[in-house]
Design a protein around this ligand. Structure first.
Ligand code: NAD
Length: 359
């Protein structure tokens, strides 16, 4: 197979972990006989330095002619976010690229590696039941995109954000979720607040209409407050969680702490045509940038997700996932997942172990 990939390393640890992920991509292409060409482009603070904006046209053009986008992370040190280079960086870069390619579904798989049960913040007996959830969050609608304003009411400051959904936006992401569930254990939990919100009442109605085309997939509804509670009490009950933009933003971050580090998770944003962007859900981790200690697994698993979702290369993706599991089983630990009595290794050494397992 021949594919062209846009590579956007970004800021902070982005370029460091991207270099490692590309080593794994090269190894997979050699092992399975594929030709993946890559073209690098700047985004975030790195793009601001080169072009005076966080998502320049040149980067957009490189992405537009690619088969998939591999993304690192963007953003500056939290103490410097007032500087021009970093002001609005994450929003301009991330919302800019989501809008440019109409990414409407965000996939975030959350899995607790058996070797790392001890760093999951939940009780061992809860984790041992197995945690393997796929969050699918709608990305284009809801309160983030509706009218927003500050105003005055009875002489006091007031503000509002309008939440809005159309039936087409809901149906599109619901179809995506049911199709994804078919490749897993055929269960979808749709999360809303239909007891209070009109957008959620419409959400529930449309999700049930779409479900009629997927009679082989079991659908249950859950209110968001209950879902937050169940995620901590008994996360093993979930398979695919389908939810709105804002609820997904919050719930998927709660899910992200379950594996024990942001450095262990991959995520994808996909549009209705199946074009996708693959990235770690964490940020630029400026506190550890430049030290060579970042965990490269999130970026490496983003490569696996790209192979699976964009190129339908299931065996290649599984080869990477298995190599990561074996590396962890053999005791490879970066600083974020190291425990008492274990020795932390850097990004390069961690990737070396993954590559050895892949071979
Ligand atoms: P962060 O996600 O960058 O870091 C949070 C914590 O997780 C830090 O202690 C960091 O060291 C650790 N961490 C994250 N990834 C890691 C990895 N691969 N290996 C080891 N440890 C890892 O969040 P933050 O510090 O609040 O934000 C830093 C910058 O990142 C900000 O400018 C923010 O706007 C931006 N940000 C970008 C994205 C994105 O690009 N998608 C997401 C979140 C935050």
């Amino acid at each position: 197979m021949e594919k062209h990939i846009a590579v956007l390393p970004g800021d902070g640890i982005g370029p460091e972990v991207m270099t490692q992920a590309l080593r794994v991509l090269a190894a997979v292409s050699e092992k399975f006989g594929h030709t993946f060409t890559t073209e690098e482009a700047v985004i975030g603070g790195a793009a601001y330095e080169a072009h005076g904006e966080h998502f320049p046209d040149a980067t957009r053009a490189i992405c537009a002619k690619s088969d998939a986008i591999l993304f690192g992370s963007v953003g500056g040190p939290v103490s410097e976010l007032h500087l021009d280079k970093w002001k609005g960086c994450e929003v301009n870069a991330l919302l800019g690229i989501r809008k440019a390619f109409s990414f409407n579904a965000n996939f975030r798989p959350v899995k607790v590696f058996p070797e790392l049960i001890d760093i999951c913040p939940l009780k061992k007996e809860v984790v041992e039941r197995g945690i393997d959830i796929l969050f699918i969050r709608e990305l284009n609608g809801d309160i983030y995109f509706g009218e927003k304003k500050f105003f005055e009411k009875d002489g006091r400051r007031a503000a509002m954000d309008v939440a809005e959904y159309t039936e087409d936006q809901i149906a599109s992401v619901a179809n995506t979720a049911f199709q994804a569930a078919r490749k897993r254990s055929k269960r979808v939990t749709s999360v809303d607040k239909a007891n209070v919100l009109h957008t959620s009442k419409l959400w529930r109605e449309v999700v049930h209409e779409v479900a009629k085309d997927y009679s082989d997939v079991a659908l249950e509804d859950m209110l968001v407050d209950n879902c937050a509670m169940q995620l901590i009490k008994d996360p093993s009950q979930f398979d695919v969680i389908l939810t709105t933009n804002m609820f997904g933003d919050i719930l998927s971050d709660a899910g992200a702490v379950l594996p024990g580090s942001l450095g262990l998770l991959a995520s994808a944003s996909i549009n209705a045509e199946g074009f996708g962007l693959y990235e770690p859900p964490g940020g630029s981790a400026q506190d550890i940038a430049g030290k060579g200690v970042a965990n490269p697994i999130a970026q490496i698993l983003s490569v696996a997700m790209m192979l699976k979702f964009s190129f339908s290369l299931q065996a290649e993706a599984e080869a990477i996932e298995n190599a990561v599991s074996s590396a962890l089983a053999k005791g490879a630990r970066s600083g974020d997942i190291v425990q008492k009595g274990e020795t932390a290794i850097g990004s390069v050494a961690m990737t070396d172990v993954v590559l050895a397992e892949l071979a």
